[in-house]
Structure formats: structure tokens, C-alpha cells
Design a protein around this ligand. Structure first.
Ligand code: ASP
Ligand code: MG
Length: 438
């Protein structure tokens, strides 16, 4: 079975929701993962932000506005026969939101509110398929997408809980529909897989059911070799390996949730990125082998809002245990480190979560002199660079030999060479590397 995921913009209007069935097809059993309709999750998050600071009047107005958008959408989407049922659905979910908005507001209420977007979009699509006589079954993601104490999804549990739901007693093709993004955590509470998490849901399900393929339908014709929002004439990449795609998803290429490659990779399920607006294009195929015909650099991406920290200490010279003590500071404040470079007497590293920056800097002060640079960007060159081959690093550095480079990371994996530059130089770095490498 194939697993197909459609994002918010692919179902952003009644018109587009209607077109999905053409893309899905009616002749094969498939599992479809849907996000909330475009704008809904943002709106629900805004409602939550207002509730968190006790701005109930504003929140109630936003709830009413969103609800009336849905009323309009269902009027456009459905026949008179189905409209009553759809209104009841919208009323039910907005009653949930409204009731919670009057409760004591905690992260529990917040997550239930944000989950309503996917619960609504999937049920509406199910009703639509019923209306046009396509057999569909709605699967409640909250019954099978589970996470553990570390908020890690448990693929084994997804498999155990989902498999029985996929048994039908007909030979007729069935469209299974489920919610992306939402899950139940280790305490049994409604939770989610973070923004953009529907990709991750599709990959987890694909892995759990050993799908034939995972298709991520979006608004662009695949992963591009540079950031299309910044650089003109970027090209879609026909094939990538799991490792290359994971680096790209993590470092900036916004089209995939950063963790979404790992389940597919672990269970070796190919992932195809396709364009809802141009379904005839072949998009990007991500698989174990990737593209062995093109060697070397495949793509460039950038990640912004990076903070670089340098700790300099003569005590580091010939000392052991120094790095461990430095890393422990970051562990204490649950702050992931992205890039690291070291010399005998100094260490530079980057973080993107600066929530505990002041506390971290204070603790690092015990080790030596600490220096911070904010507004940095990681420029990540992704591809396959065998460590016994020559010339890649030189060629990449040559491509930005007119710009100051704050850090260089090479050799951490065979698939990524990262450079840290000041964000004001990012555009020039991306453009210049693009001209030099492609
Ligand atoms: N609806 C969620 C979001 O906007 C999940 C997703 O779209 O993948 O982040
Ligand atoms: Mg997305």
C-alpha cells in the first residue's frame, strides 16, 4: 500500500480538496494522511497565545471567525444533503475549542485545541468521498500514533495498533484517511509531532506498515538544489539518498519536517516528493541508493537564527574531560548543539535554541573566556563526499572565497560540509556557491 500525505495548502480551499481524489485515484487501496486546512493551525496557535495571556475576548472573536470560514467552505464543498452533517461536525469541534477556552488554560488544553484542525479536515474529506461514492475509512490517529517519555514516536506500537484497523472484509479498493501531526503522548494526553509534523506521521505510518512508497504531496516539484525563495533558477533534484535528504530537511530546506526521513530510512521505504499543482512531474525520489550517476554536491541549503559560542581556555591544552564538561552545560539546559569545531585551546559551537542562552553563558564562564556571535547562518552543502576523494572542500571554499567564514565543519559525515557565515552574507554565499557548483 502507498501512503500519501497532503499538506495544508493542498487542501487549502474546497476546490483543492475536491481535486485530491484525482491525485489519489480510485482503483487502489491507499492510506491518506492530511494536515489541517491551510491557515487553521496558525489560527489555532494564535487563539492559544491569546488564551495564555488571558485575552479571552480576542480569542473568542478569532474562534468565531475561523468557524465562519469553515461554514463558508462547507457551503462551497458539499451538496445540500451532506451540509447538515458537516455543520454538525464544525459545531462539535468548535464547541470543544470554545469550552476549553473557558477552562483553566494549560498545555493540555492547548494541545487539544491545536489538534482540532486535523480532526476537522480529515472528517470533511471522508464526508466528501462518501458524497461522491468513493469507499473511505477514517482512522483515528490518536488511537495509534503514540510517543514515549522522550516524545519519540514508537513505531512498534503504531504497527500493533494500526494493522488491525486496516483489515476490511471487501476486495473493493478503500481510501483510508487519517490525521497527520497529532498523537498521544506517554501520559495518554493529546499531543503533536511539532509544526509540519504531518510529514513525520506519513513516514511513521509508512515504516510501520512497510508501505510500498511514501508520497509527500506539496506545492513545489520536489527538493531543489538551492533555496528557491532566495535564488533564481534552482532545479529540482531527481534522486537523493536518505542521508542526503535528512541533511537537507534538517538544514533549512523547509519542505520536509526535519525528522521525517528517519522512519522511512530505518525501514527502507522510498519517499517521493510530488507537486499537487503539477502532478505529471516526477518530483524527488528519496531512497537508499540515491543517485549514483551524479557524484558530489547535490544541493545547498541555509539555516538562520544561529548563535555561535566560543569558549577559550588554556586549561583545555592537553586536558581530558574538558569537552564533556562543556557539553554537560548544554545538556543541563536541554539545548542541542549543531556544529562544533575545536582547536587545542578553544572550542566553537552553534545552537539555534537560545531560550537558556544567559544561563548557559554564565555556566560556561567557569571554563574560560566566552564569546558569542548572534545572527549567524549555517550554509550546508549536501551531497556524497567520500572521504578518500579529493577536491570537494577546495571547490566549495573557492566558491565563497570573498566572504568571511566563521566556522567550517567537514568530515562529520560523508554527506554534509557546513560553513557558518554572518546572516548578512547568506544570500551572497548561497548565490555564489550556486554559480560555482552547479
Ligand atoms: N497542521 C500542522 C502544522 O501546520 C501540521 C502540518 O501541517 O504538517 O504545522
Ligand atoms: Mg509541511
Amino acid at each position: 500500500m502507498k501512503v500519501l500525505k497532503f499538506g495544508g495548502t493542498s487542501i487549502g480551499s474546497p476546490e483543492r480538496l475536491k481535486k485530491l481524489i484525482k491525485l489519489i485515484g480510485r482503483n487502489e487501496t491507499k492510506l491518506v494522511v492530511l494536515s489541517a486546512m491551510a491557515g487553521t493551525t496558525n489560527a489555532l496557535i494564535e487563539i492559544n497565545s491569546n488564551l495564555a495571556i488571558n485575552k479571552r475576548v480576542e480569542a473568542h472573536q478569532q474562534i468565531a471567525d475561523l468557524k465562519s470560514n469553515y461554514y463558508r467552505w462547507i457551503d462551497e464543498l458539499f451538496d445540500a444533503v451532506t451540509i447538515g452533517k458537516c455543520r454538525a461536525l464544525i459545531d462539535y469541534h468548535f464547541d470543544v475549542i470554545y469550552t476549553l477556552s473557558n477552562d483553566l488554560f494549560t498545555p493540555i488544553e492547548e494541545k487539544i485545541i491545536v489538534a482540532q484542525g486535523e480532526l476537522i479536515s480529515t472528517t470533511l474529506f471522508h464526508y466528501y468521498l462518501e458524497e461522491i461514492n468513493v469507499k473511505s475509512v477514517l482512522l483515528p490517529a490518536l488511537d495509534f500514533i503514540k510517543t514515549d517519555e522522550n516524545n519519540e514516536p514508537i513505531i512498534e506500537s503504531i504497527k500493533q495498533n494500526l494493522s488491525p484497523l486496516l483489515q476490511t472484509n471487501t476486495n473493493e479498493p478503500v481510501i483510508y484517511i487519517t490525521q497527520g501531526f497529532i498523537c498521544r503522548n506517554a501520559f495518554g494526553e493529546v499531543d503533536n509531532l511539532q509544526r509540519g509534523g504531518s510529514d513525520y506521521t506519513a513516514s511513521l505510518i509508512g515504516a510501520a506498515i512497510q508501505a510500498e512508497e511514501i508520497q509527500i504531496w506539496t506545492d513545489i516539484d520536489g527538493m531543489h538544489n538551492n533555496d528557491p525563495r532566495i535564488i533564481d533558477n534552482t532545479q529540482p533534484i531527481a534522486r537523493l539518498s536518505f542521508e542526503e535528504a535528512a541533511e537537507l530537511a534538517y538544514f533549512g530546506a523547509k519542505i520536509l519536517h526535519p525528522q521525517s526521513i528517519f522512519p522511512a530510512q530505518k525501514y527502507n521505504i522510498p519517499v517521493r516528493i510530488l507537486n499537487t499543482l503539477a502532478p505529471q512531474l516526477s518530483g524527488t525520489l528519496i531512497s537508499k541508493i540515491g543517485d549514483t550517476s551524479v557524484f558530489g554536491v547535490k544541493a545547498i541549503a541555509a539555516k538562520d537564527n544561529i548563535t555561535a559560542i566560543r569558549i577559550q581556555s588554556s586549561r583545555m591544552l592537553l586536558a581530558y574531560g574538558f569537552l564533556r564538561r562543556v557539553f554537560e552545560v548544554f545538556e543541563r539546559y536541554k539545548t542541542p548543539i549543531d556544529m562544533i569545531t575545536t582547536s587545542e585551546v578553544a572550542i566553537s559551537l552553534t545552537i539555534d535554541n537560545t531560550h537558556y542562552l544567559n544561563e548557559i553563558l554564565e555556566d560556561l564562564g567557569d571554563f574560560g573566556t566566552v564569546h558569542v556571535d548572534t545572527n549567524q547562518s549555517i550554509i550546508c552543502v549536501v551531497g556524497t563526499f567520500e572521504l578518500d576523494s579529493v577536491g570537494y572542500a577546495a571547490k566549495i571554499l573557492d566558491g565563497i572565497n570573498h566572504l568571511p567564514i566563521r566556522m567550517i565543519s567537514y568530515g562529520g559525515s560523508n554527506h554534509n560540509i557546513s560553513l557558518l557565515v554572518d546572516s548578512k552574507d547568506k544570500k551572497e554565499a548561497l548565490q555564489s556557491l550556486h554559480n560555482h557548483l552547479f
